[in-house]
Design a protein around this ligand. Sequence first.
Ligand code: NI
Length: 182
Amino acid sequence: MFKPLDILDEKDKRLRAISKDATFPLSKEEKKLIQQMIDHLTFSQIEEKAEKYNLRPGMGLAFPQLGINKRIIVIVEEYEEGKFDNYVVINPVIVSNSTEIIAADAGEGCLSVNREVEGHVPRYARVTVEGYDEDGNLIRVRAREDLSIAFQHEIDHLNGILFFDRINKNKPFFSEHEIRLI
Ligand code: NI
């Protein structure tokens, strides 16, 4: 039986904490929560499910958004119409990044930010992320474009950073000449 997750709002201070490394083996509760995050994010990207359960579409979630300050992120990417890839990374670290910077032209959103925030968020076009899978095996993910943005956005949550912190107040929008807009 699917039940939407309770996601903290941006005003909650727990979103501003630096999260601690998760330890292995993960508890049953942690594994259950990871599965609920995958289900929530997947359903949120399927129109009829999103409508039925009143879910705002989202691609990623981090444990602190559920009030747990542990370094665990989940990303669900629709790589083809109706087909989804899950990325669950425990204790993720960006081990390399492109020099090229991009930004989502439409701006970013966050399931903890229940309002429109305008502005470009500069992100690396490509990142390599290392971390562990749910069983504690070392994994490495290479991400580009939207997926790269998603990883950086979720890893920011582990450090108490929300996407709008990275919008330059004096210059919220860039031109195509300055950074590549996707
Ligand atoms: Ni977010």
